[in-house]
Design a protein around this ligand. Structure first.
Ligand code: GRF
Length: 198
């Protein structure tokens, strides 16, 4: 059940997967100095930077990523704060084998421009009383794949985008391992744009 995790930042979501003893064989970062690569190294997991500075364009990056996925015999891919593009070529090869954690309740506060802290700023400015996180399959759209798991947090009047981010990150760390466990144990079926958990 070999897993690859794609990262771009601190890697706290990846850390929860490592701590849950998933068979993570490979880490790919779109950011050269992502702390997530340090975390991988600390756990003797091979990590690679694949990005603009070492591959000329997204097609060359995709070819390198696919080469690495083959070499490490990867079956499942988790996007955990990954900020680069997943191309159609990669998606079609790993259909319904790639999941992403998004820090809002999709379909709210997602899509183009809604990543990282921008999500929580949008949530804060909107005045909603509940937000949360979503794990979904990755398809050719931005945050549009079938939803697998969601969980919520309440927003208090004392909250700020920063405190909202902290609350949501705790939810992310809860639902991502659960969703990956469902995926690798083949407990998710997809029908008409909806997932069914067996
Ligand atoms: C998380 O908030 C995740 O939802 C978003 O980027 C952040 C990644 O955090 N996509 P980390 O790198 O896993 O700590």
């Amino acid at each position: 059940m070999s897993v690859a995790v794609f990262v771009s930042g601190g890697g706290s979501n990846m850390q929860t997967l490592i701590d849950a003893n998933f068979d993570i064989k490979l880490v790919i970062s779109s950011a050269k100095n992502a702390y997530a690569l340090e975390r991988a190294k600390n756990h003797n997991i091979d990590g690679f930077y694949v990005g603009k500075r070492n591959f000329e364009d997204i097609d060359a990056q995709t070819d390198e990523i696919m080469r690495l996925l083959e070499e490490y015999k990867i079956e499942y891919i988790v996007l955990a704060g990954y900020l680069s593009i997943i191309t159609e070529k990669l998606i079609s090869k790993y259909e319904h084998k790639i999941i992403n954690i998004h820090p809002s309740l999709i379909p709210s506060f997602c899509g183009m421009g809604y990543y990282g802290h921008h999500v929580h700023e949008g949530v804060y400015n909107s005045g909603v009383k509940v937000t949360g996180a979503t794990v979904h399959f990755v398809n050719q759209g931005v945050d549009t794949g079938e939803i697998i798991l969601q969980d919520t947090v309440c927003i208090e009047n004392t909250d700020t985008p920063d405190t909202i981010a902290q609350k949501v990150l705790k939810i992310e760390h809860k639902i991502l391992p659960k969703a990956l466990d469902l995926l690798i144990n083949d407990r998710i079926t997809v029908k008409n744009g909806r997932t069914y958990i067996k």
